[in-house]
Design a protein around this ligand. Sequence first.
Ligand SMILES: NC(=O)c1ccc[n+]([C@@H]2O[C@H](COP(=O)([O-])OP(=O)(O)OC[C@H]3O[C@@H](n4cnc5c(N)ncnc54)[C@H](OP(=O)(O)O)[C@@H]3O)[C@@H](O)[C@H]2O)c1
Length: 321
Amino acid sequence: MRAMQVTQYDQPLRLNDIPVPDPGPGEVQVKVHSCGLNFGDLLLIKGTYQEKPSLPFTLGMELCGTVTALGEGVTSLSVGQRIAAYTGVHGLADYAVMAADICVAIPDAMTDIDAAAFLIAYGTSHVALDYKAHLRPGERLLVLGASGGVGLTAVELGKLMGAEVIAVARGADKLEVAQAAGADHLINSDSDDIRTQVKALGGADVVYDPIGGDQFMAALRACNPEARILPLGFASGTVPQIPANILLVKNLTVIGYYWGGYTRVNPAVLTDSFKQLIAWYVDGKIKPHVSNVLPLEQANEALELLRTRKATGKVVVTIDG
Ligand SMILES: NC(=O)c1ccc[n+]([C@@H]2O[C@H](COP(=O)([O-])OP(=O)(O)OC[C@H]3O[C@@H](n4cnc5c(N)ncnc54)[C@H](OP(=O)(O)O)[C@@H]3O)[C@@H](O)[C@H]2O)c1
């Protein structure tokens, strides 16, 4: 089968021919239809992600596919069932094998493209805003990187949860995407002073930050007393160093957060979240924004769209047409 693999760190993926994997006990084999790309894939290619699979490995953190074979003891799924899964790796290939209990049954109404763009982006933002930050209706939510994969869903979900949403993104086109997702206020990170603008809007009660660096510091200084801050990613390349005196003076709470960690720490948090998110999708309350869809052979070009910050929302790679 075809697989787009990392064979050497910091090099383009190679299209390799590898054996179709068989499912072991408790696992299923899935014919992959589509794979959603993530910033984390760029880090996996560089060997700097928090998880470090041994080389060579097939890239692709999340996928949509159809179950083609069941391993021993699997009763929760059936052959022919369409699923989505957060697998961490393996998504950019014709077939993948995974534990049956990480598969999420998806409704007929959900397209293969939407399903591949769904779990990480919406899952990350929903658990962050609901389970971790306890976002309440009427609170002011500041979203950095608001046109990116996770950022855009934070705008959409924040609005759905009743917050007033301030979106920060780079340039008018990206801000337009954030506005279409429901943002009430728009700040251009290229030209506006984030701290001043957020303070002028009344300050932030919750900060959703996938960027880090200077934008984190500006957001921290624009927080209202008792604000909750989620430094959940460092797309800028700079991990914030947080001055405890500012936390003390304003009674701020910084929340450590790694969504993927919940697969080990407390999987029920993810299961409950997916249930809610799929219900919202079926009700037409949320809809993934996918800026680019490319075939497997062009996975390197698809990754380049993320690397060069040309994508908005999600980039999806289709495996079987
Ligand atoms: N903690 C968790 O559980 C969790 C889960 C998922 C993702 N994440 C993290 O969240 C971050 C975003 O992931 P994603 O998949 O949403 O990525 P993405 O779709 O590529 O979006 C990243 C956004 O970051 C901004 N950005 C990119 N490079 C930048 C730079 N050098 N300086 C400043 N801004 C930059 C871009 O917005 P502008 O061009 O508008 O600036 C882009 O829209 C990553 O760090 C990822 O690892 C964390």
